[in-house]
Design a binder for this molecule. Sequence first.
Ligand code: SF4
Length: 337
Amino acid sequence: MIAAALPILYPRELLRSFGVLPVELWGPPGTKTAIADRWLQAYTCSIIRGGLAFLAGGGQDHADIILVPHGCDSLQGLGSVLLDFPVLSKPALSFYHPRTRSRASVDYLEAEIESLAEELQKITGREATDALEATIREEEADSVLAKLLAGRLQVALSCRDYYRLVRCREYLPAEQFTALARPWLSSESGPSSAMPVLLSGVVPEPSGLLDALNEAGAVVVADDTIACGRRLTPEGRDQSAYRRMAERMASAPPCPTRGASVEERSRHLLDLAKRSGAKAVVFAVVKFCEPELFQLPLLKTALERAGLRTTILEVDVTEPLPQQLKTRMEALLETMS
Ligand code: SF4
């Protein structure tokens, strides 16, 4: 079975243990969003507009289940639209992520995982099998992804192709992602004279953004996007599968959608920049993304005080990158060369 999974965090391994493969919807790019407008406010982000338009426009026919984690207020609103209006012919499930990092968060997540398991059991008509093994497979895939993100300069791929590989994590089974990505960890690339940048924001979209980075002579050496680097969950320790899934989710890098403060985020970004050698931070923020936009003024100030250059690009994931944003990025990089 296939679950169309909206952002952001959810226990992939739980779905796999019920024989369900999550395939994520981040837009999708190029989706015509007009069909979604009747249900949404004009200031809703393009991830939500695109996701709803895709599902309502026939995309749901490719899925057996729709999963809408409550990653932010807009996703919560989307969950209500999907449950309250006659949009879906497929069952919709939700998953709530707590907004603090504490022992209570792990307890809460474990309870959420248990109740999601009950729903999956009703829909699939089967019990979870090998949940701990499924968790270990996801841990291995995340570990390979973490190394891939940390070793960008060893991978001889353009920005676009590199992210095509990274983002296979959003739809391939964990074991297939691991097999595909692992050989790239031992690849060798020559020295690079490109300007090293840290990509933050929501998602590396539209893909023209990646081409524009390449063309402007930059290379992404570290990632803090919600879709990629901010979902790198470490190994859990507990031998009980659901507790271990909860531990992993509670330990994901700081993100405002999970209640992280500006201080936590600036510490994390400065550390990423130090480890990777990034000289600038490019924030690719989806228009109307409140969790990101609220923090950006203070975050930008903190990073610039510490010596990093920054630029903010507000994008719409369903539309091409505007020329004006390419020019802004080129201007930043020119002043640094
Ligand atoms: S882009 Fe921002 S507002 Fe939109 S779904 Fe993602 S976190 Fe929520």
